[in-house]
Write a new protein. Structure first.
Length: 110
């Protein structure tokens, strides 16, 4: 930060930066879970296309359904955390009038 700001203001900006990092962490985790889910779904399909597994295998179909069900639960809960973290950051930034430029300058100054 170029200009001098008080101790309280630095604390507010630091806290806003922490909230932003938390929101970004949850958003990235949600995206990674989604990509992993897609990869896990493509593996059985690739096995079927290569002829290594019988396409009418009920166990493989059940495994795909379980992967989709568990994946939806995981991605949904992580997206809820990301949404809550983003809302916390926005509310805090509005309350203490912290701009995105302040947060970027603080993060760049670390």
């Amino acid at each position: 930060m170029v200009e001098h700001v008080g101790k309280k203001r630095r604390k507010e900006i630091r806290q806003a930066a922490e909230y932003k990092k938390e929101a970004n962490k949850h958003t990235l985790r949600c995206a990674l879970l989604f990509v992993c889910l897609l990869v896990l779904l493509l593996i059985p399909i690739a096995l079927q296309l290569l002829g290594l597994v019988d396409p009418t295998n009920m166990l493989l179909s059940a495994a795909q359904l379980i992967i989709v069900f568990v994946g939806c639960i995981l991605v949904g809960s992580e997206s809820k955390k990301a949404s809550d973290a983003r809302k916390t950051y926005k509310d805090y930034a509005l309350k203490f009038e912290v701009t995105a430029e302040d947060v970027k300058a603080y993060i760049a100054g670390e």
